[in-house]
Design a protein around this ligand. Structure first.
Ligand SMILES: Cc1ncc(COP(=O)(O)O)c(C=O)c1O
Length: 376
């Protein structure tokens, strides 16, 4: 089976992790690896401060916890995303209000934001879905007009740019995941980047149970969201490879574009109009013209030894969120249709041109047979 993704972890990472463990960097905030990784990754994003945490979900949770908001306030979120984005609001007693998707980029539709704002709306979490950068000029202007704080969910967009600026550097905070399938990985892990020194201090305090002096007396109810030193040591090695990984991701996407361009009824990922899409995963949408449902195509690909994943179930359809007090039922027809008809293909940056061509040819062959059956 060709997997949807295979992590690329080499001997350098193994050696760095082993060295960090030998130095005792196994828990707490000991050693140099965490501050070095924070500094290197924040600088890569064009930000002053990095706060390493235990996951992308923890990064989002902490970013929302650091806001000056009260229970029942609302946060707009991209409808099509991993539930972690909305849970960051939910677990902070705030209501996540989904913003439907845009059919071309699959990112949140900026035209819909102003109609969703109420007197309780405080912030917006915009997801750069699959590595496609959101139009941050427009989003920042809307947020400024309505006094909303912008948090960027960059779990899938390491190194993506909008007008030559990296995602994560536009909002008040940018939240990254270093889960195994992300552009760079620490196994589990995440980071918040920001240019706001007060927020950086607050985030560090919240990450570490609110520890200050005297030790064991706590003014702030924090969390243990710490990353370990040996994860940070791996992150540092991965950080040095990030531009190479992104170049390979773009190569993979362009190769798929070349071989799938002529398949009727398959919507391919749109390139970014004003920035760099990093194609974390290569997503496609199966249109009626394809002659077969998304589920059927996925099943046929699985039989041919090609693993795929569906797009996200949108936040307006999540039973877990619907039970919350203050929940707002919002229709998101585009995100719902993406959930029914979108899926992503194997997207490891190590995929060869031949493998990509084989996958594309399998899809073309399935399309031809499927159409014969439909018309027979
Ligand atoms: C858009 C998005 N946000 C948040 C997360 C959560 O990150 P993590 O799995 O590191 O908690 C993920 C992915 O896994 C994601 O894709």
């Amino acid at each position: 089976m060709i997997p949807v993704f295979e992590p690329d972890i080499g001997e350098e990472e193994v050696a760095a992790v082993a060295d960090a463990i030998r130095r005792g960097e196994i828990s707490g905030s000991f050693g140099e690896s965490i501050p070095r990784f924070e500094e290197a990754f924040a600088a890569y994003c064009g930000c002053k401060y990095g706060i390493a945490v235990s996951s992308g979900s923890a990064a989002l949770h902490l970013a929302v916890a650091a806001l000056d908001v009260k229970p029942g306030d609302e946060i707009l979120v991209s409808a099509s995303t991993n539930i972690a984005t909305a849970l960051a609001a939910y677990h902070n007693n705030l209501v996540a209000v989904p913003v439907d998707s845009e059919p071309r980029t699959w990112n949140l539709n900026l035209d819909l934001i102003e109609n969703l704002i109420t007197s309780r709306t405080r912030a917006i979490i915009a997801v750069h879905l699959f590595g496609h950068p959101v139009d941050m000029d427009r989003l920042s202007a809307i947020a400024k007009k309505h006094n909303l704080i912008v948090i960027e969910d960059c779990a899938e967009s390491h190194g993506a740019t909008f007008r030559d600026r990296k995602t994560g550097s536009f909002g008040e905070m940018g939240c990254f995941s270093f889960y195994a399938n992300k552009i760079i990985t620490t196994g589990e892990g995440g980071m918040i980047v920001t240019n706001n020194s007060k927020l950086a201090d607050k985030l560090k305090l919240l990450r570490n149970l609110g520890f200050t002096t005297p030790r064991f007396r706590h003014e702030t109810a924090g969390y243990n969201f710490r990353m370990t030193g040996y994860q940070a040591a791996m992150g540092l090695v991965q950080c040095n490879k990030i531009d190479k990984v992104i170049a390979e991701k773009i190569r993979v996407a362009k190769t798929y574009d070349k071989f799938l361009g002529n398949v009727r009824g398959l919507q391919l990922p749109a390139p970014s109009a004003n920035g760099r899409h990093v194609y974390w995963m290569y997503g496609v949408v199966v249109q009626p013209k394809f002659g077969m449902s998304r589920d059927e195509l996925q099943e046929r690909l699985r039989e041919a030894g090609i693993d795929t994943r569906t797009f996200f179930c949108p936040m307006n359809l999540q039973p877990a969120l619907q039970k919350q007090t203050g929940y707002r039922p919002i229709e998101c027809p585009v995100a719902e249709s993406l959930w029914k008809s979108g899926f992503y293909l194997p997207s490891s940056h190590t995929l060869s041109e031949k493998t990509i061509r084989d996958i594309a040819e399998t899809i073309s062959a399935i399309a031809k047979v499927g159409k014969t059956i439909v018309t027979a």
